[in-house]
Design a protein around this ligand. Structure first.
Ligand code: BGC
Length: 748
């Protein structure tokens, strides 16, 4: 009996080592195929799958110089590479992996955050479109291009709720609201992954950074997070849950600790909530070096303990820290880590490799012809232009200064953004080798292409984004004086918002507002266009400029989109998804705050009130704010039932009318206030919205929906509850501009 077993085992080993892994269990699902492969693997090979290394040519974190990388890939000791792009380069690395004993293909991961070659607006800008379908389409383009360039996996979407504009990474997310943030998170996952993994134009998505990274104390990147379970579950987790429900393949842990426990070693988060409560079956990757960084957090004393903490918490792949590589084998042999935990992690990763079809053809994303075609697809720039114009927010438009007539005689175009190329691409653009910079349409090019033959454009740089040089001021004023209208571009340089780009002063940097003051003194009408990656503070501009557009960083079609809006070919429709404070002293500030026991009713109501003595209680621009060239009226609020039971849905009908002189789109918003709860409820919470296009003079009825699920919240014990009682239902054009209101009651 013993001999028979030994012979069988020997035969099994022979078969397994002779045939490449991809021949096994072809008929089975990814899970079973991964499972059979797992049985063939040695412990070092298993641990290999859990390592992700940076490729040599580009870095998005502190680099580890590792001359032995190729050798390790050849030995099957690396599961994935990041920052490795193009068919040529991914093919090269894959062929090294194919020399390993089991020929397990590498996964290539890359931050494709808002486009690959075709760059879309930064995600915060896109979120201002309140258009999940359009965002989904933009992610489809990103997936199409990146997957054609050999990439399998993007570290996107970033779904961190962000409520502190000092934090540089607000640019990567969808703003402050969990409801809107969740819809956009799901749309991005659908767009990136396509119908299902396995199509050659799908990317695996990665919801990041799990969790609460956006709540870094003081808005300082990587800082600690201290929050109640209620806040975590109600505000910060929903977009992750939405991504999981949409089928996201992977999640990335965050750099921060939550209440003293780093996310990367946080079993409550990575196993209890993510896997047990939400049923997530994909895999979790650490953030860059975050396994090893737990030593700095002071939760472990060395990388051995860091590896132990992370793997036991449920972090499957170690990005760049090498803690897993250096310690897991020892930890297993010493019995500190159960081999079952390793097997689980490896199987999850292999499963994704099977789902992507990499075992059937490790080079299936390596097709030069497809890469060339995808990167020159003429439909992609058109889609980027569409998305860019949907992201521009109109803040002010005195006397209908905008839109401009394209037949104006003289237009002065001034400021640091006018002829900038790369600035348009934002912080997280992909450094795609061989892409001609002409691919980006500058503002100058876009505007030049749109104005009439009779128009003369006058350009002056004026000043830089930063610095104190006023050398260009005289020239600018002279130019402005000749013009019928002045377009003045200002804002942040693209490396001022992004990772590790927290700022304590989020005013307009340098001497830009000083130059604006001079321009306004000429008496010429001035349109200010602000480029930035975050809500900036610009009190002077807000009060004095007659027209303002907030343009974020719009991507490769920026110039065309700007021209579309300036000359009225597109009527701006975007609305802010983050509150814009009046000063840094107002932070943290968001629309969905609590009432407090002593609320201030207005700015003259300050004595013994919850207010600042020297500052308004209101933000500069509230969540949901954004104008159009036309105006919209709201009327006829009707609720199908004023009393409803928990299993009933309320329909709320409102008539929206275009009352102005242009065709345009309105984003009508539904907010709710739960009047009495076992825990205080916010003064207002977004629960639905509708984006409608109306020709001038036209009206339509929109219907919003409310149900008990939307009205539920986390109680004092962090349990999800839905409590009967009265709710104010408010419909408006922003979180402050409430036009109609009704009270409804949920009964038992
Ligand atoms: C960032 C992640 C990113 C990773 C890889 C980290 O520094 O926090 O968002 O995906 O680098 O580039």
């Amino acid at each position: 009996m013993k001999t028979t077993r030994t012979l069988a085992a020997m035969a099994w080993v022979l078969v397994m080592t002779t045939f490449p892994a991809q021949l096994f269990s072809q008929a089975n699902d990814a899970y079973s195929r991964a499972d059979s492969l797992l049985k063939m693997m040695t412990l070092p090979e298993k641990i290999g799958q859990l390592n992700q290394y940076n490729d040599d040519w580009n870095a998005t974190g502190p680099v580890t110089v590792d001359p032995g990388k190729a050798e390790q890939v050849k030995n099957g000791e690396v599961g994935s590479l990041l920052n490795c792009v193009t068919v040529q380069r991914t093919r090269k690395w894959q062929s090294v992996a194919m020399q390993s004993r089991l020929k397990i293909p590498l996964l290539f991961g890359q931050d494709v955050i808002h486009g690959y070659k075709t760059t879309f607006p930064i995600p915060l800008g896109e979120s201002c479109s309140w258009d999940p379908d359009a965002i989904e389409r933009s992610e489809r383009v990103a997936a199409d291009e990146a997957s054609a360039a050999g990439i399998h996996w993007t570290f996107a979407p970033m779904v961190d709720i962000a409520r502190d504009p000092r934090w540089g990474r607000v640019m990567e997310g969808s703003g402050e609201d969990p409801y809107l943030g969740s819809l956009i998170a799901a749309a991005r996952v659908r767009g990136l992954q396509g119908k299902k993994l396995g199509g050659t134009n799908s990317l695996m998505a990665c919801a990041k950074h799990f969790a609460a990274y956006g709540a870094a104390i003081g808005g300082r990147d990587y800082n600690s997070v201290d929050m109640s379970d209620r806040l975590l579950r109600e505000i910060y987790l929903p977009p992750f849950k939405a991504a999981v429900d949409a089928g996201v393949a992977t999640l990335m842990t965050s750099f921060n600790d939550i209440n003293g426990v780093p996310s990367t070693g946080n079993r409550e988060l990575l196993t209890q909530i993510l896997r047990k409560e939400w049923g997530f079956t994909g895999f979790v990757v650490s953030d860059w070096g975050s396994v090893g960084e737990m030593i700095n957090h002071g939760n472990v004393s060395n990388d051995y303990e860091a590896a132990l903490s992370a793997i036991n918490a449920g972090c499957d792949m170690d990005m760049e820290s090498r803690c897993y590589r250096n310690n897991l084998e020892k930890l297993v042999k010493e019995g500190k880590v159960d081999i079952f935990a390793i097997d689980e992690a490896v199987r999850r990763i292999l499963e994704k490799k099977f789902e992507l079809g990499l075992f059937d053809d490790p080079y299936r994303f390596c097709n030069e012809e497809r890469e060339r075609k995808a990167l020159s697809n003429p439909e992609h720039p058109a889609m980027a232009r569409e998305m860019a114009r949907k992201s521009i927010v109109l803040l002010k438009n005195e006397n209908h200064l905008l839109p401009l007539s394209p037949t104006l005689k003289n237009i002065a175009v001034i400021g640091p953004m006018v002829k900038a190329v790369n600035q348009n691409k934002g912080f997280w653009d992909v450094n795609v080798p061989g892409v001609d910079s002409n691919f980006v349409v500058t503002w100058w090019q876009g505007i030049s292409a749109r104005v009439s033959r009779e128009t003369t454009l006058h350009y002056a740089h004026g000043c830089d984004f930063e610095g104190t040089s006023r050398a260009g001021f005289e020239e600018v004023v002279a130019i402005a004086k000749q013009a019928d209208v002045v377009l003045f571009t200002m804002g942040e340089r693209r490396d001022m918002s992004g990772e590790a780009r927290s700022r304590s002063d989020i005013g307009i940097p340098g001497v830009q507002e000083e130059l604006l003051e001079l321009l306004l003194k000429t008496g010429k009408p001035v349109v200010v266009l602000i480029s930035a990656g975050r809500p900036l503070v610009f009190k002077y501009t807000a009060e004095h400029a007659p027209a303002i557009l907030y343009t974020w960083w719009l991507g490769s079609e920026a110039g065309n989109a700007i021209a579309d809006v300036l000359f009225g070919d597109y009527n701006p429709s975007a609305k802010f998804t983050m509150t814009f404070p009046r000063s840094v002293g107002q932070i943290p500030i968001n629309y969905s705050h609590f009432n407090t026991g002593r609320p201030a009713r207005n700015d003259s109501d300050r004595v013994y009130r919850s207010a600042y003595t020297d500052l308004s209680i209101y933000p500069q621009y509230e969540f949901g704010y954004g104008l159009s060239y036309t105006s919209f009226g709201y009327s006829n609020l009707e609720v199908n039932r004023k009393q409803f039971r928990k299993n009933e849905v309320i329909d709320i009908h409102v008539t929206i009318s275009n009352t102005g002189a242009f065709d345009g789109e309105e984003i009508a918003q539904l907010y709710v206030r739960d009047l009495v709860g076992s825990v205080s409820r916010p003064v207002s919470e977004l629960k639905d919205f509708a984006k409608v296009f109306l020709r001038k003079g036209e009206s339509t009825t929109v219907t919003f929906h409310l149900d008990a699920a939307k009205l539920s919240f986390y109680d004092q014990h962090a349990q999800l509850v839905s409590e009967p009682g009265f709710f104010d239902v408010m419909v408006g054009a922003s979180s402050r501009d409430i036009r109609l209101q009704e009270r409804v009651e949920m009964v038992k």
